[in-house]
Design a protein around this ligand. Structure first.
Ligand code: KG4
Length: 370
């Protein structure tokens, strides 16, 4: 066979070069504009969010008020409400973002942990949406979402993000954990509650004072008018960086039982002090272990995440800690503390960058660790 003449070779090389350049251009174009639709339905909030290149475009949450009358989430009712809410919430999130479904690069959904019936609604919707749009599906661990909420940008110039490695105090209704975050997708749980979560302690103690569910926000509000050191409650002595809140709950209950014997109006007359002292004890327990871990690991970047991070006392304690120990403290916006789809979308964004996609036979997991 004759060797190709020089002109022929040159043509081929130019064609290859053009082809490569075009591919590069295309992939660059994709990298520059990744739009993720996030879906969150792990408990009693139906949420949808759109994030483009890490910048928030919409984050809508439909709360389910139906549970209030029962003093806690009723799983069966939660699944039904998700079924009713999911289509209008996603539709509104896409409209508010000012995009059309065809602009979405991938759909990220909460796989777990959470209530199975609730998770099934979000998972099934996400699969259907991904199939209809012919886009990738991304599974997200709800807890990872809480940790990564700090990376949601308000605009392209938003650079207020923690540096790796950082410590995250993850405190919600179902979790109290200390997480060492090495990278967006690499996290190590270094401490966990051995019984109840901090949010549970807030909620259950609030319940015995007959405060509405969820009790955390109401305890926070009443605590502002009370004396945080008036009543002493039990604090745990647990090894390592682990937490425990069941002893505090029992101590709170016994205190009320004893006081109510002599004064049936004790709760009503001391509600503010009870809330302030309870909140103070929970914060001390949380901050003690956080301090130990930060000191031992030599970490000065500290974040807080999860529903309990909305607590004003905890936020203030963290700010004071930062000042005292010259640490950088990152506190999420209120909108990203409780369950929301923006944190699912941002996690989806980082998984998209790594090409971590899910198959369509994926199923939700009620129990899922970090
Ligand atoms: O993260 P989250 O919305 O749901 C999960 O558990 O996944 O957290 C809910 C928890 C509830 O226990 C609620 O009482 C608590 O967060 N919470 C608060 C405050 N706002 C919400 N706890 C204390 N103070 C608050 N301001």
């Amino acid at each position: 066979m004759l060797p190709p003449n020089k002109a022929g070779r040159a043509k081929i090389i130019i064609a290859k070069y053009k082809y490569k350049k075009e591919r590069f251009f295309l992939s660059k174009e994709i990298l520059m504009s990744i739009t993720i639709l996030g879906i969150e339905s792990s408990c009693d909030d139906t949420s949808a969010s759109v994030i483009t290149d890490g910048v928030i475009r919409s984050n809508l949450i439909a709360n389910q008020l139906v549970h209030q009358q029962f003093g806690g989430v009723v799983p069966e009712l939660a699944s039904r409400a998700h079924q009713q809410n999911i289509v209008p919430v996603v539709d509104a999130a896409i409209k508010q973002a000012g995009i059309s479904p065809s602009d979405i690069s991938a759909v990220a959904f909460t796989r777990g942990p959470g209530l199975l019936g609730s998770l099934l609604v979000g998972t099934s919707f996400a699969k259907g949406f991904a199939l209809a749009q012919n886009i990738p599906l991304i599974e997200v661990n709800h807890l990872q979402g809480h940790v990564l909420a700090h990376f949601i940008k308000e605009d392209v110039n938003d650079t207020n993000q923690p540096n790796f490695p950082f410590l995250c105090l993850l405190v919600s209704g179902g979790n109290s954990q200390l997480v060492l975050v090495k990278d967006h997708l690499h996290m190590e749980v270094i401490g966990s509650t051995i019984d109840d979560a901090a949010g549970e302690a807030f909620d259950k103690c609030a319940k015995v004072m007959q405060l509405p569910y969820p009790g955390g926000p109401m305890v926070d509000k009443l605590a502002k008018e009370g004396n945080p050191t008036k009543i002493k409650f039990a604090k745990p002595r647990i090894e390592g960086y682990n937490y425990s809140f069941s002893g505090l709950k029992t101590s709170f209950l016994y205190h009320l039982r004893d006081e109510l014997k002599t004064n049936p109006n004790y709760i009503e007359e001391n509600k503010n002090d009870l809330c302030a002292s309870l909140q103070h004890t929970i914060i001390e327990i949380l901050m003690d272990k956080l301090h130990q871990a930060a000191k031992n690991l030599g970490i000065k970047e500290i974040t807080v995440a999860g529903g309990v991070s909305a607590n004003s006392g905890l936020r203030e304690a963290l700010v004071q800690y930062g000042k005292k120990h010259h640490a950088n403290i990152y506190i999420p916006k209120f909108a990203y503390t409780t369950d929301n789809a923006a944190m699912i979308a941002i996690t989806g964004y980082y998984k998209f960058l790594k090409g971590e996609f899910a198959q369509h036979d994926i199923t939700p997991m009620a129990r899922l660790g970090l």
